[in-house]
Design a protein around this ligand. Sequence first.
Ligand SMILES: C[S@@+](CC[C@H](N)C(=O)[O-])C[C@H]1O[C@@H](n2cnc3c(N)ncnc32)[C@H](O)[C@@H]1O
Length: 128
Amino acid sequence: MKPYFETDSIQIYNADILTIKEVKDESIDLIITSPPYDVNVEYANYDDAISYADYLTFTSRWLARCYNFAKPDGKLCLNIPIDKNKGGQKSVYADITTMAKKNRLAVSHDDNMERAEHLKAYGLGLLA
Ligand SMILES: C[S@@+](CC[C@H](N)C(=O)[O-])C[C@H]1O[C@@H](n2cnc3c(N)ncnc32)[C@H](O)[C@@H]1O
């Protein structure tokens, strides 16, 4: 796959994190993402109204990819809501934190990111 954008030191791919082959394991210092929240937003390439169980399975899969892509001292910055009410009340932050820990990520709360507007943001650090 050709990068969407490329310089001597940067490649940006517009691709599915679950299947992209161009990103090598243990190659990334910092992953920043605002993942789907399963709140029925209309995306061209993603169904944002799947069952919550399927959503957590999907979440676990991309978290596992993030763990593999990150360098041993890499970091993942994750922007997620504390909870949501569409489709029934769900504790999204608590559930994604549980998924992150299952995928060997060490969760740490970042005070600066907490001041982000509207949504609470959390930094997740990789276990050594
Ligand atoms: C909450 S939105 C992020 C919105 C973004 N922060 C913004 O301000 O535009 C979630 C994004 O994840 C993307 N997405 C869903 N599944 C994906 C996958 N398997 N690989 C990569 N991106 C995916 C969706 O297309 C959507 O753009």
